[in-house]
Design a protein around this ligand. Structure first.
Ligand SMILES: [Zn+2]
Length: 257
């Protein structure tokens, strides 16, 4: 008798886990990833497995309450955090949690990455806030995300690591990669005297060209954050007409989806 076909999502999850391990973003059995299925269930990595060794047999399927539907082993200890994000963000279909060295160093030092330094980071991630410490595997961790989950796709977890999410698994992984890279460069820049932030004028220009340069799907909340940063960073404010034009463009994008 032929076996049912293995969903391609499982192979993609294995690939992303291997990349997390190869890049040193997790040590020992750290980290976990998940994907929302069309059927409303979730695939998640099981607990206690090294992400460099993971195979499709280490991925379990759970329902919205975390109950095991298929697969063997216990779901990841941080599944509650993943399910919390999915419950608050219907647009999110994948979550990546890791302990990358530089991002976690900022999280351990109690420092968010919110300064406007790198154009592509501003467009892709917006500001990266720091969620207060929550004991891993308990409800404290998802609760610590509550103030940030709606408006951010990347959050540092105090004394712990980072979590990123997006519409696809690749998007969530790229966000983690981008966050770690930005944290590393920021640390080096501070050793060289400190990072220089972009001016309000430069950020405005970035907003103006971002759609063309970085693709059509810049989340509305990132544009809002860019505008907020601009208003704190520069005396020149956006005119109502500017804001109207940007919001109109974003609404058009959403309608096209
Ligand atoms: Zn963790």
């Amino acid at each position: 008798m032929s076996q049912p076909a293995v969903p391609s999502t499982l192979y993609e999850m294995v690939d992303i886990c291997h990349r997390l391990a190869d890049k040193g973003m997790v040590s020992a059995t750290d980290g976990n990833i998940s994907v929302r299925n069309r059927e409303g269930t979730f695939y998640a990595t099981r607990s206690s497995v090294h992400k460099g060794d993971i195979t499709i047999n280490d991925i379990v399927e759970v329902d919205h309450s975390g109950k095991l539907i298929s697969g063997t082993g216990k779901p990841s200890t941080e599944l509650k955090m993943h399910l919390f994000i999915y419950s608050k963000r219907p647009d999110v279909h994948a979550v990546v949690h890791a302990h990358p060295t530089f991002a976690t160093a900022f999280a351990a030092a109690g420092q968010a990455l919110e300064k406007p330094v790198f154009p592509e980071v501003l467009v892709m991630l917006g500001k990266v806030p720091l969620a207060p410490y929550g004991t891993p595997s308990t409800d404290e961790l998802p609760e610590s995300l509550r103030p940030f989950v709606q408006d951010h796709n990347a959050v540092l977890l105090a004394n712990h690591g980072a979590v990123t999410y997006g519409q696809t698994l690749k998007q969530a992984f790229f966000a983690m990669e981008k966050l770690e890279h930005a944290a590393q460069i920021t640390l080096y820049a501070r050793m060289l005297g400190g990072e220089r932030v972009l001016s309000g004028k430069q950020i405005k220009k970035l907003v103006a060209v971002s759609e063309e340069s970085y693709g059509k799907h810049i989340p509305l909340h990132h544009i809002q954050q860019l505008l907020d940063i601009t208003s704190h960073n520069d005396e020149t404010q956006y005119t109502e007409k500017d804001v109207y034009e940007i919001v109109k463009r974003v609404v058009q994008q959403l309608e096209e989806k």
